[in-house]
Design a protein around this ligand. Structure first.
Ligand SMILES: [Zn+2]
Length: 324
């Protein structure tokens, strides 16, 4: 079993060196570096150096398309959606939302340029994290997407007009659109010599996870059951999500990975977080990963309440379990 952690918020190479060295010493096997649009535009060579430093310290390296187009998860803004407004999703009252549509060809071409840069960095994996249609609506009842690309694709698939009201067919179409997009990005990355992991938000239908597991370019299927964030009883939540993910991954002989919430964790939940890390370990997960480095001490919007204490407990867990 491999253990990993996400790393972001620092582009100063001397500090990266120190931190990567620490991760390796503690017993981590891989590091997930976020590679946002901002990084791609202003820090490309620096990011490539960060990959190199991480590898030189003996870590496997993953790059995360953090918040790219507002379509992937992450605390990062998209400039593509302003530079290329036609890539944006359109909601059910015909207004643009700040997120790109996975059915838009221009967005796919932009992702392709990012993949090429990722490949140039010599990273091992690309971590396609939390692909999703826009959902942060200020009014209830709104949904995405009915952009021209979706309307065209829907007509081509079902030979009928895109419905004005949300229906089960629209829901199915949206899931198929995410799968088609992931098929495109994983194939493209694989052709560039990269390995692929996809992380799907928890509470996904098993049939959806199974279809993603079937993607030929996919090596690792992941989910991030952040039960504390969602106010769920953590142990049961992690257990159920892990079992479901494992069933989907097993059908296609894929590896599976579970993420641990180490952000926004209140002080009284530390033990619960650590105990929950044993669940995927017991259920045979190929890897367990932690979001994120130092329990997110350095990012005030999602920092844990007592990050030093929580990180100390995580380090202990990693040292205890690194040989398993
Ligand atoms: Zn669309």
């Amino acid at each position: 079993m491999k253990i990993g952690v996400s790393y972001f918020g620092n582009r100063i190479l001397e500090h990266v060196e120190t931190d990567m060295n620490l991760l390796k010493t503690v017993g981590f096997d891989f590091v997930v570096h976020t590679y946002s649009e901002n990084d791609f535009e202003f820090y490309e060579k620096t990011m490539h150096d960060i990959v190199k430093i991480s590898k030189n310290n003996g870590l496997e390296v993953w790059l995360d398309p953090w918040g790219l187009g507002g379509f992937f998860g992450g605390e990062a803004y998209s400039s593509w959606i302003m530079k290329y407004p036609k890539i944006c999703q359109i909601d059910s009252i015909f207004e643009k939302v700040p997120a790109a549509c996975p059915n838009n060809e221009k967005f796919k071409m932009l992702i392709k340029t990012w993949i090429k840069s990722a490949a140039k960095s010599d990273t091992d994996f690309v971590f396609w994290d939390e692909p999703h249609f826009y959902q942060h609506f200020s009014k209830s009842g709104l949904w995405c997407c009915r952009c021209p690309s979706c309307i065209k694709k829907f007509k081509g698939k079902y030979n009928t007009k895109f419905p004005l009201k949300k229906s089960s067919r629209v829901e199915f179409f949206k899931k198929e659109s995410i799968i088609d997009f992931l098929s495109f990005v994983t194939d493209t990355a694989e052709k560039e010599g990269l390995r692929n992991a996809v992380c799907i938000l928890p509470e996904a239908e098993e049939s959806f996870l199974t279809k993603i597991a079937s993607l030929p370019g996919l090596e690792i299927l992941a989910t991030d059951p952040y039960g504390i964030l969602f106010g769920k009883p953590l142990k049961d939540y992690v257990k159920n999500e892990t079992r479901k993910l494992k069933r989907a991954a097993d059908k296609f002989g894929k590896k599976f990975q579970i993420w641990t919430q180490a952000f926004k964790v209140p002080r009284d939940k530390h033990k619960e977080v650590i105990d929950a890390m044993d669940i995927p370990l017991g259920l045979g997960a190929d890897s367990i990963a932690v979001w994120g480095y130092k329990a997110c001490k350095h990012i005030s919007s999602i920092s844990s309440e007592s990050p030093d204490e929580l990180w100390g407990m995580i380090e202990e867990w990693v040292m205890k379990n690194e040989e398993k």
